[in-house]
Design a protein around this ligand. Structure first.
Ligand SMILES: C[S@@+](CC[C@H](N)C(=O)[O-])C[C@H]1O[C@@H](n2cnc3c(N)ncnc32)[C@H](O)[C@@H]1O
Length: 274
């Protein structure tokens, strides 16, 4: 798919600011994703596919888990993001990771994988059933599918006592929903894995929380990446105030209330092909 086609349909777009947001988000989510993959048995020497790899953070995390004798292939349908991911992996000195441009449901067949992983990708598939079925075909018997997606309730509920943050959370959630993203992935994953012939998946839900400014920044970053969608879906956001001061006001609101913030929860599902 061309990059133009990608940016017009993918709700978070393909700006440099969005790519930088993904790197910062990856730092917040890294321990949670690592734990899911370790629980799923992803480790030394494996050949792993990372779907919707973005700027490459999950692929690089997995590259460290599988070590130099393992192999990681990252795929994404945004040509520009693939170029960024390649440059970052080279800079990180990880020769065992490669990247290719592909639609997630149309990945060219190759030698089967020991594991297929993905973070925050299946929520964007209009129909995740056929995508998961196509992925299962690319796993060897005994191979594992391990996916981590968004669980929205904690973000909405754990910001309810903070008016500004709660308003941003609500607008973010509405922008995802109106753009067609799947907002109940915790249920979709459990069902879709089984419909694709996998055993009922092992599930976990973890919620990144904290009082440091990274959490306010995460809300601000995501809100800014979604501005074109807020406009597109006529979601008025004037009451959020000046965007130049939004991040600082989100931080100040939490520190005045002596409270912490939450991101989306991360729902993990993993299952092994019989
Ligand atoms: C929220 S980002 C997550 C990136 C990465 N997995 C991470 O957690 O840092 C979602 C990624 O999925 C990609 N994507 C969305 N729809 C896709 C599709 N149909 N096929 C392939 N990639 C897709 C986007 O280009 C974007 O890079």
């Amino acid at each position: 798919m061309s990059n133009t086609g990608h940016s017009s349909t993918y709700l978070l777009g393909s700006s440099d600011a969005e790519y930088e947001r993904l790197v910062r988000q990856a730092e917040l989510f890294e321990p949670f994703t690592r734990r899911l993959f370790q629980n799923a048995g992803i480790g030394l020497g494996q050949r792993v596919l990372d779907i919707g790899c973005g700027v490459g953070d999950v692929s690089m995390l997995v590259a460290r888990l599988v070590g130099p004798i393992g192999v990681v292939v990252g795929v994404d349908n945004d040509a520009n993001i693939i170029a960024k991911a390649k440059a970052r992996a080279a800079e990180a000195g990880l020769p065992n990771v490669s990247f290719m441009e592909s639609e997630v449901g149309r990945i060219a067949g190759s030698e089967p994988f020991d594991a297929i992983v993905g973070r925050l990708i299946l929520q964007f598939a209009p129909n995740s059933g056929p995508v998961v079925s196509s992925l299962v075909k690319q796993l060897r018997p005994g191979g594992v599918l391990a996916i981590q997606e968004a669980y929205w309730d904690p973000f909405l509920n754990l910001t309810a006592h903070l008016p500004l943050r709660s308003r941003c959370a609500s607008l973010i959630h509405q922008a995802f929903e109106r753009s067609g993203a799947n907002i109940d992935m915790e249920l979709v994953l459990y069902r879709t894995f089984q419909l694709a012939g996998l055993p009922a998946p092992n599930m976990s839900i973890e919620i990144p929380v904290g009082a440091d400014p990274d959490f306010a920044r995460w809300v601000h970053d995501l809100f800014c990446s979604l501005l074109p969608r807020l406009e597109q879906h006529h979601l008025a956001y004037d009451d959020v105030g000046n965007l130049d001061t939004l991040q600082q006001r989100l931080e100040d609101e939490a520190s005045a209330a002596k409270t912490f913030g939450a991101t989306i929860g991360l729902v993990g599902a993993w299952s092994r092909k019989r």
